[in-house]
Design a protein around this ligand. Structure first.
Ligand code: MG
Ligand code: MG
Length: 270
């Protein structure tokens, strides 16, 4: 079901989203060869609780941890473990927070040390595709407009757009309507209106779009074992236009990256 949010609810959700953003910024500083994903998970859980939040994924559908940590060919939903990260790997980190009854949920794929150029490009294009999609999330447009834009952008590079996993509405539940696929047809699906809040999250594969679900019930990998990237933001429609509730700025501060890609989606009052 789609639940439209009041301006007050959107402000509460902004706080939840920002705790996720800060958590990802903290994790960004710690990601290096030798660190385990379980160590990073503990850091995230402590930070979220210190900020008055509850880890949004812990226990959700029985997920065992705070962060979904999906290295290399893992698409999403990876479970943190004791294996040290290695130079040249990538790691998708997805984080959820529940605070004041509302969820934040966003994700970033990090490089560990020095990464192959073709993998770097996959990350760059996937992140760009997120903003290409967000630009279509405005009053009067439809679900298919976002999916179409992301799909066109990524397939133009020869990448595989995952079909089985999609973005979603966000609010008092982690997963509300509408579903937000990263593929689709222009003008199709639910119409966007003022006060909608969604998580847009392209999951893009270097090779085939086909995926494999593993027997642990969580881990999902690409069929050809080539890398997969995942970037996610929380966005509200305010004054008819997409407004970011989450931000990668804390990550960029940690990594020393300069970026203007979020500027057009910031609150006018910021
Ligand atoms: Mg997520
Ligand atoms: Mg999500």
């Amino acid at each position: 079901m789609v639940k439209i949010k009041t301006p007050e609810e959107i402000e509460i959700m902004r706080e939840s989203a920002l705790i996720v953003s800060k958590t990802l910024g903290l994790i960004a500083k710690e990601i290096k060869p030798g660190v385990t994903t379980l160590q990073l998970d503990k850091i995230a859980e402590e930070f979220i609780r210190d900020n008055g939040g509850i880890p949004g994924f812990l226990g959700l559908y029985d997920f065992p941890n705070t962060l979904c940590m999906s290295p290399n060919q893992q698409v999403v939903h990876g479970i943190p473990n004791n294996k040290p990260l290695k130079n040249g790997e990538i790691i998708s980190v997805d984080c959820g927070v529940l605070k004041n009854g509302y969820y934040g949920d966003h994700a970033y794929t990090f490089e560990v040390g020095e990464v192959e150029p073709e993998t770097k490009k996959l990350l760059d294009i996937t992140k760009q595709s997120l903003y290409v999609g967000i630009r279509e999330f405005k009053a009067g447009n439809r679900v298919g407009d976002v999916g179409f834009a992301i799909q066109q952008f990524c397939e133009a590079e020869g990448y595989g757009v995952v079909r089985e996993l999609v973005g979603h509405g966000l609010g008092e539940k982690m997963h509300e309507g509408p579903e937000m696929p990263n593929y689709g047809k222009r003008g199709r699906g639910k119409k966007f209106v003022e006060g909608m809040v969604v998580a847009i999250e392209p999951m893009i594969n270097l090779g085939t779009r086909k995926i494999v679900q593993h027997s642990d019930g969580w881990t999902i990998t690409t069929l050809d074992n080539k890398p997969s990237a995942h970037f996610e933001h929380d966005i509200a429609i305010v004054n008819g236009k997409p407004q970011l509730l989450s931000t990668f700025d804390y990550i960029y501060d940690a990594l020393g990256i300069k970026s203007t890609e979020e500027d057009e989606f910031r609150a006018a009052s910021n």
